[in-house]
Design a protein around this ligand. Structure first.
Ligand code: BGC
Length: 267
């Protein structure tokens, strides 16, 4: 059987760890040529590269800070030089800089908005330019290109102590929907994944001790933390023609976190 992403070039931002690394590995197994973008950890990016290669996959690493317009443009130039085009963008790079709102510095605000929201704008803009230039290649996909924005349950759940992060994800939701609407006629599909708590470095504190893990489980009806693989499978589906009629949605992969778990015991 033909693999789901055979022959397609996929750029995954922030792929040196966590969810991005999981998506990169899942895409490579489905036949995509994977660009592992990273900003500050070449060693970690190399480790993911080696894992993909030793499983028979194809990948490269490219350094770029997604909040820098020049670095994003240069990253795409490098991908085009090596592989000619890009078919799939996973706008994944993101971070948290948590603080009480009245103590939040402008730098903490700007950094989170810069990477999580402006970074998604810059990477999506360059991808869409290429999708429009190239159009549909029917042997590869029914779409001219696919973008998956890594959002969060916090695009809808307010989050005290994380106003910068929640605002960035609320912004990602409207960015995703607006460009999905704008480019659907050109056969470009744009969707989001909204992960709940996934076991990655970003939320280490929430699962590292038995006590914190028990606290976390109160928020998750399925009573387990998610793993990067849970997101990898959803991302493959959204990137493949299996979801060709799906456009402008957020697919929440959260073990039920959005189900008001406070009401589990009759409220
Ligand atoms: C955050 C995690 C958090 C999860 C659920 C994610 O978007 O990055 O830190 O555990 O949402 O609250």
């Amino acid at each position: 059987m033909k693999r789901k992403l055979e022959g397609q070039v996929a750029l995954i931002t922030g792929a040196s760890s966590g969810i991005g690394a999981g998506v990169a590995k899942a895409f490579a197994l489905e036949g995509a040529s994977v660009v592992i973008n990273y900003s500050s950890s070449p060693d970690k990016a190399d480790k993911i590269l080696k894992e993909i290669q030793s499983a028979g996959g194809t990948a490269i690493t490219v350094k770029a800070d997604v909040s820098s317009e020049q670095e994003v443009v240069d990253m795409y130039k490098e991908i085009f030089r090596l592989w000619g085009t890009v078919d799939i963008l996973v706008n994944n790079a993101g971070l948290q800089k948590d603080a009480k709102f009245h103590e939040m510095s402008l730098d903490e605000w700007n950094r989170v908005i810069g990477i999580n929201l402006t970074g998604q704008f810059l990477c999506a803009r360059e991808a869409i330019k290429e999708f429009l230039r190239r159009g549909v290649v029917p042997e590869k996909s029914k779409a001219a290109g696919k973008i998956i924005c890594m959002s969060s349950v916090h695009e809808v759940i307010p989050w005290a102590g994380h106003a910068n992060y929640a605002s960035s994800k609320g912004g990602v939701m409207m960015l995703m929907k607006s460009i999905a609407q704008e480019y659907a006629p050109m056969k470009i599909r744009v969707n989001s994944i909204g992960p709940g708590a996934i076991r990655t470095p970003i939320n280490h504190a929430a699962w590292q001790t038995p006590e914190s893990y028990q606290q976390l489980l109160k928020l998750i009806p399925q009573k387990r933390i998610g793993e990067a693989d849970d997101i990898g499978g959803a991302a493959v589906w959204l990137a493949s023609d299996d979801s060709d009629y799906v456009n402008g949605i957020t697919l929440f992969v959260d073990g039920g976190m959005l189900l008001y778990p406070g009401f589990e015991d009759n409220g």
